[in-house]
Design a protein around this ligand. Structure first.
Ligand code: F6P
Length: 397
């Protein structure tokens, strides 16, 4: 009998992949609470797919992890290792597909070595894409939990970590206003968000940033920045905050016409990570905009004519946005997603992703959940951002 109970005891592996994010430990704690309550076991896998491939596990003892959901970062460590990295480079589509399927099978066979019955992968589109392929081609017992401060995953209203990051960015922009005002400076604040501008748009609107630049709308340096600065200065504004997403880029026309410090080649030749994402920290758009503005002697003269200093500074919020403890929303969301993911594993329901829809935690096919969500062009947030920019100078004319 004891032997039978032991045999039925499930071992559920958990890994966290991609950039870390406040709320990862909350999901982990949710999983632990549910799984331990039913009498099964959770096996922590270290450093995302890296540890998965190398059989690196961590013992998780819930008796030593009280209130883990309140702690930032991930206890499991994380990495951006992509098991399909080399396969993705194969030119021949048939050969490429065959290799991808082979890898999916090899990865599914890792379950034996790791001694797990199921895997809960917590990550963004990259990490979950690997899990989805493992399920699709090798029938692996996987479940996904969407994670990213960028909030750019479809099928879920919000990803945990997003609102914590928005608050951190908003606090900084609120604070920067005072030093910006004291010195009469232009501050270009760079905010994370590689493919989608949610973080920049929401924190920018919430703090009343004067110009907001996001990846979904290529900007025109002359029209969207220089002209707005002129108009604002003309009506008496003495300082300006530009919220710039790290993924914001100028239009081709503006790049060719207005930029002296970068070319299209600079953008095309950016180094990439294991998943092929450009390393935007190497580009640093806020610095580029700052340099370009500093070259504009005409703008400087214009500012001086209106008795306003012309000094431009850039601040890169970078990893400070992912740092620290999750806020209450992200703790609760993480816990709820964790409990639901664990429940799916206990019921042997695989190939699914848990998500937030309205107030409910729902379940969607993993293959759907990995898709991207960018800001729609008709978003009311975009309208708000335009109104905030425009009305601040038009209403004073
Ligand atoms: O995971 C998403 C993200 O936070 C992006 O907003 C950003 O471009 C990227 O991670 C930075 O990654 P890393 O930590 O590898 O520099």
């Amino acid at each position: 009998m004891i032997h039978l109970v032991k045999k039925m005891k499930k071992k559920i592996g958990v890994l966290t992949g991609g950039g870390d994010c406040p709320g990862l430990n909350s999901v982990l704690y949710g999983i632990l609470l549910k799984v331990t309550d039913i009498g099964h076991t959770v096996i922590g896998i270290e450093k995302g797919w890296k540890g998965f491939l190398e059989n690196k596990t961590i013992e998780l003892d819930i008796t030593r992890l009280d209130d883990l959901h309140t702690i930032g970062g991930t206890l499991l460590y994380t990495s951006r290792t992509n098991p399909y990295k080399d396969a993705k480079k194969i030119k021949d589509p048939v050969e490429k597909q065959t290799r991808i399927e082979e890898i999916a099978h090899q990865m599914a066979s890792q379950f034996k070595d790791l001694e797990i019955d199921a895997l809960i992968a917590i990550g963004g589109d990259d990490t979950l894409g690997v899990a989805a392929a493992m399920h699709e081609y090798a029938g692996a017992n996987v479940i996904g939990v969407p994670k990213t401060i960028d909030n750019d995953l479809s099928c879920t209203d919000y990803t945990f970590g997003f609102w914590s990051a928005v608050q951190l960015a908003s606090n900084t922009m609120d604070n920067i206003t005072t030093t910006s005002r004291s010195h009469q400076r232009i501050f270009v604040v760079q905010i994370m968000g590689r493919d989608a501008g949610w973080l920049t748009l929401v924190s920018g609107v919430s703090t009343g940033a004067d110009i907001i630049l996001i990846p979904e709308r290529e900007f025109d340096f002359e029209k969207d920045i220089v002209n707005v600065l002129r108009e604002r200065t003309k009506v008496g504004h003495k300082y300006h905050i530009i919220a710039c997403s790290e993924g914001a880029v100028p239009s081709t026309e503006s790049l060719q016409r207005d930029f002296n410090t970068i070319t299209q080649e600079t953008l095309d030749q950016l180094p990439k990570d294991d998943y092929g994402n450009p390393l935007l920290s190497k580009l640093n758009m806020s610095k580029i905009i700052t340099k370009e503005l500093n070259l504009r002697t005409d703008l400087k003269d214009f500012f001086l004519k209106y008795d306003t200093e012309f000094e431009v500074r850039d601040v890169v919020l970078g990893h400070t946005m992912r740092a620290g403890t999750p806020n209450s929303f992200d703790r609760i969301l993480g816990l709820r997603l964790g409990v639901r993911a664990a429940q799916l594993a206990l019921e042997d329901n695989y190939g699914l992703m848990v998500s937030l829809r309205g107030e409910q935690i729902e379940v969607v096919p993993l293959s759907e959940g990995v898709k991207k969500k960018i800001i729609p062009q008709d978003s009311d947030l975009l309208e708000l951002s335009e109104l905030i920019t425009k009305v601040k100078y038009e209403s004073r004319r």
